[in-house]
Design a protein around this ligand. Structure first.
Ligand SMILES: [Fe+2]
Length: 330
C-alpha cells in the first residue's frame, strides 16, 4: 500500500488505513462505519462514505480499488465498531498492520470473552472449535512478541462474570506461564495451557444459577455439584476429545492450594502441577481483584495474596508480583 507515509503523524493518531482484505470482510452493500479518502492534492483526509448508506456496485468497485491503493481510512473513534466486527473474524487481526497494540487487545478481549461465553453456554464441538481457533490466533500473536502480554494485562475486565473471569484468568495465567518458562517456552504448551486457563470453570458454568446464587442451606446434592465442579468440567472436555493433561490439570486443580486446604482432592505441595498452580493463583488473583466490593487496586490484591503465601508456590507469587508491579506500575 502506498500513501501511508504521506499521512502526517497527527492524522495517523486519528485515523488508520483500512486494507481491501478487511474491507471486503464487511457486509457488501452497507458498511457500519464512516470512511475517509486521502486527497493527495491537499494531503488531507476528507469524508468518503457515511455509515449504513447503500453502496451500489460501481461504488463498491471504486471503494475496493481505492482501498487496494491505500487511499481509504477509518477514524480511530470508530474503533469499537471495527473491533466488534473484527472480533468475529479474529484472524484478520494478524493481517491488519494499522492497529495499535491496545486496539488489538480490545479485539482479542471481545472475541475471546464471547467465545468462552458461547462455549460455557453450550459446551459442544463447534463452540469448542471456535474458541480453540481464536486461542491459536492469540498464541500466534504472543509467539511473535511475548512482551505483548503486558498490553493484555493492562486491559483486564473489571466486572464479575464467569466469561470475564475466564478471560482475566486466561491472560494472567498465560503471562505467568511465559514468565516461568523463559527460554524453554514452547508454542504447543502455550496453546494447551491456554485452553485449560480459558475454560477452567466450565464445571461451575454448568451448575444452575439458582444454586450458585444460594448463600446457605445447600442440599447435599448441590454441595456435591459445587465440590466436584473441577472434575465435572474436565469430564466435559474429555468427552469433547480434549485429552492432554496440561489442559485438564488447569480445570482439575484450580481450587487446590499447596497447604492442602483446597478441593476437590486436597492436593498439597508438589502434588499440584505447574499448570494447576498457575490456574489456582491466576483465578484467586482475579477473584480478589474484581469480585471484592469496593474494588481493590492491583497492588492491594497482590498484598492480599502475599498474606496467603502458604497457599501458593512462592516462585509463582513472586512472578505474579514481578509481572504486575514492576511492569505495570513503573
Ligand atoms: Fe471454580
Amino acid at each position: 500500500m502506498k500513501n501511508k507515509n504521506l499521512i502526517s503523524e497527527e492524522l495517523n493518531e486519528e485515523f488508520y488505513q483500512i486494507s481491501s482484505e478487511i474491507l471486503s470482510s464487511f457486509p457488501k452493500f452497507r458498511l457500519p462505519l464512516n470512511l475517509y479518502i486521502f486527497k493527495e492534492d491537499i494531503a488531507q483526509l476528507v469524508p468518503y462514505y457515511r455509515a449504513m448508506e447503500r453502496l451500489d456496485k460501481r461504488k463498491q468497485e471504486e471503494l475496493f480499488e481505492l482501498s487496494n491503493e491505500g487511499y481509504i481510512f477509518v477514524s480511530r473513534t470508530d474503533h469499537p465498531i471495527y473491533a466488534k466486527h473484527i472480533s468475529k473474524q479474529l484472524d484478520l487481526v494478524l493481517v491488519d498492520k494499522n492497529l495499535k497494540p491496545n486496539e488489538i487487545v480490545e479485539v482479542f478481549k471481545q472475541a475471546l470473552t464471547n467465545r468462552v461465553a458461547e462455549f460455557y453456554d453450550q459446551p459442544v464441538k463447534p463452540t469448542l472449535e471456535k474458541l480453540q481457533s481464536d486461542l491459536l490466533i492469540l498464541v500466534e500473536y504472543l509467539w511473535k512478541d511475548q512482551f505483548q502480554i503486558k498490553s493484555f494485562l493492562k486491559n483486564l475486565h473489571h466486572n464479575y462474570s464467569l466469561p470475564n473471569m475466564a478471560y482475566n484468568t486466561g491472560i494472567t495465567g498465560l503471562a505467568l506461564f511465559i514468565e516461568t518458562q523463559g527460554n524453554n517456552l514452547a508454542k504447543k504448551h502455550l496453546a494447551q495451557i491456554g485452553l485449560g486457563l480459558f475454560t477452567y470453570d466450565l464445571g461451575l458454568a454448568r451448575i444452575p444459577k439458582f444454586i450458585l446464587d444460594k448463600k446457605e442451606n445447600l442440599t447435599p446434592d448441590e454441595q456435591s455439584k459445587i465440590h466436584n465442579h473441577p472434575i465435572n468440567g474436565a469430564k466435559i472436555l474429555r468427552k469433547l476429545d480434549v485429552t492432554q493433561s496440561a489442559t485438564l490439570q488447569c480445570l482439575l486443580e484450580h481450587h487446590e492450594f499447596i497447604d492442602g486446604s483446597g478441593y476437590p482432592r486436597k492436593l498439597s505441595g508438589s502434588e499440584i502441577s505447574l499448570q494447576g498452580g498457575i490456574t489456582s493463583l491466576a483465578h484467586t488473583f482475579n477473584e480478589l481483584l474484581i469480585k471484592s466490593n469496593p474494588r481493590k487496586s492491583i497492588k492491594e490484591t497482590i498484598d492480599q495474596l502475599m498474606s496467603m503465601e502458604n497457599k501458593f508456590n512462592h516462585n509463582l507469587i513472586a512472578s505474579l508480583s514481578r509481572i504486575f508491579i514492576s511492569e505495570l506500575m513503573k
